[in-house]
Design a binder for this molecule. Structure first.
Ligand code: EPZ
Length: 419
């Protein structure tokens, strides 16, 4: 499959960010914590969500789609404690089913998720936290075997505010009667979305700046919950507007994008944010220094897109990636498009150029692929993004959404069909 983009077009109109992929995945896993019906709304139709839904079915859940973004999930019989290798391999985020299965069944077998192109991505914080709660977890032939006759409330200290480890431990503690404190947790909006779901299901969650206090209960009940909009999709559309000097409106939850809007304002871009979303006026923009950090720092999942934007800024920018050890795979591809970027350690030195040249480029992960599409919108001539399948893992029809805004973009599938 390939995406072809004819660059140089102005965009206009309104883009809508769907439900957040990185909320949908942990919140779907949280349905394992009860046999009651849980209804989740605004679930995005992306590859990773389809993988997680398959995972839940294999673990004993029956899933009914009430409409194209609403799912009713309930147990049909006893849950299965073993997560299938091929699904965990496909989507590492499914590793967060470990804690819910363990706390429900007293045991769980989940394959160790591999690393990926952006980094080795270990799960030691997850396992240390579960062990602190009283679990035994050992790695046998690449599968984490966890057992726990009894899990007890305790104090857990995370070495790093890991999003996945925080979510894994919140879900586990929600079904351990008593108070469990998670120190140094992640504060991403998607983590707060999970906290809201767990509270609706009957757990207590007190959020403080340096810790979460989980009040676990014997049994959690079903509920009905609408997940938050996807701030990464919204941010990607804002970069699409900025890189093409366009005037667009992005329907989203602006508060979640504040770290991104403040950085883009520093670049000289102008916005108007209201309760519905963000209006962008696409002025010329200048270079900045950018460093990715846990929320409310600048989000790593928008770093590739911003690097593409800065490739065309006036002046020299510094982009420092502190979350993942190898998240600059988009840089060599941008350089093939005549960007002037040099990576030294975990920092990209970006010298703005006055134009990019369309050519064939290789997508390597969700956000790098999106960054190359954005660069193609601004480049002279045609940009061909090879292997854009990664993009579909995290974006609902990014090409068709951009086409609605006026982009000249076409998808050629493997059989040569075009959409
Ligand atoms: C979540 O991944 C997101 N995925 C990622 O989005 C996002 O980039 C990341 O958080 C950081 O914000 C989902 O929510 C499904 P971490 P996660 O645990 O939970 C290290 C996207 O494009 N670490 O906060 O895996 C880890 O290696 C994806 O949508 C350990 O060392 O991220 C990394 O360097 C990409 N040991 C850092 O912490 C652990 O046990 C942050 O990882 C866990 C993590």
């Amino acid at each position: 499959m390939k995406i072809f983009i004819e660059g140089g077009r102005r965009l206009k109109g309104e883009a809508q960010a769907g439900g957040a992929k990185n909320s949908a995945l942990p919140l779907l896993a949280a349905t394992l914590l009860t046999d009651d019906e849980v209804i989740l709304r605004q679930i995005p139709n992306v590859e990773d969500v389809r993988t997680m839904l398959k995972m839940l079915e294999r673990l004993g859940k029956s899933i009914v789609a009430l409409d194209h973004t609403t799912y009713s999930i309930r147990s049909h019989g006893k849950l299965c404690s073993t997560a299938p290798f091929e699904l965990v391999k496909k989507m590492r985020a499914s590793f967060v089913v470990l804690g819910p299965l363990l706390v429900r069944l007293g045991q769980a077998e989940v394959p160790l998720p591999g690393g990926c192109v952006i980094g080795q991505r270990p799960v030691d914080f997850h396992l240390k936290g579960l062990q602190a709660l009283g679990a035994r977890a050992e790695l046998i032939n690449g599968v984490v075997h966890a057992q726990a006759e009894k899990l007890s409330p305790t104090e857990i200290y995370l070495d790093f505010p890991s999003v996945g480890a925080t979510e894994q431990l919140m879900m586990t503690a929600a079904l351990i009667p008593g108070l469990t404190t998670i120190h140094n947790p992640a504060h991403e909006p998607e983590v707060y979305d999970l906290a809201n779901l767990l509270m609706k299901m009957g757990a207590g969650v007190t959020i403080e700046p340096t810790k979460f206090i989980m009040e676990g209960v014997d049994k959690l009940k079903g509920t009905d919950h609408e997940i938050i909009p996807d701030r990464m999709t919204a941010g990607t559309y804002l970069v699409a507007g900025a890189i093409t000097h366009s005037e667009i409106f992005v329907r989203c939850h602006p508060a979640h994008l504040e770290p991104v809007l403040s950085k883009m304002r520093e670049m000289g871009l102008e916005f108007q944010a209201n309760s519905e979303g963000v209006q962008l006026w696409g002025q010329p923009y200048r270079s900045v220094e950018l460093e990715t950090r846990p929320y409310p720092g600048f989000p790593t999942d928008l770093q590739p897109q911003m690097t593409a934007l800065l490739a065309l800024a006036s002046g020299e920018s510094l982009v420092k990636e502190t979350l993942f050890e190898n998240r600059f795979s988009h840089v060599p591809e941008l350089v093939r498009m005549s960007a002037n970027i040099r990576v030294v350690g975990n920092t990209a030195l970006v010298k703005g150029v006055d134009h990019l040249e369309g050519t064939a480029v290789q997508a390597t992960d969700i956000r790098a692929g999106a960054a190359l599409v954005l660069a193609g919108l601004a480049a002279r001539g045609t940009t061909t993004v090879v292997d854009p399948g990664y993009i579909a893992r995290g974006y609902e029809n990014l090409p068709s959404e951009l086409r609605k805004l006026g982009a000249a973009i076409m998808i050629e599938d493997d059989k040569g069909g075009e959409t």
